[in-house]
Design a binder for this molecule. Sequence first.
Ligand SMILES: [Zn+2]
Ligand SMILES: [Zn+2]
Length: 80
Amino acid sequence: MELVCPICNSLASYIVKCPFCTSKMESQGAIQDYFDDYSPYLDKEITEKLDGVASEQCLHIFFCPQCQKDKRIGIDKILM
Ligand SMILES: [Zn+2]
Ligand SMILES: [Zn+2]
């Protein structure tokens, strides 16, 4: 048994409505994937904070194409 994110493992989808315009927000993937490209530029403190969150929750980024805003949502991991 291990804790896995249901979204990263395609076990569930998550519909997020934009709090500003109620459009359906687009999933941009998990934040750790998102930051992989940029990780050389991240300072250590941010990386550590991300790691702290990652143990229980998987942070996903959702983007509203209408408002051009993004939102981070912590997805509870489930035991598999
Ligand atoms: Zn995830
Ligand atoms: Zn919006």
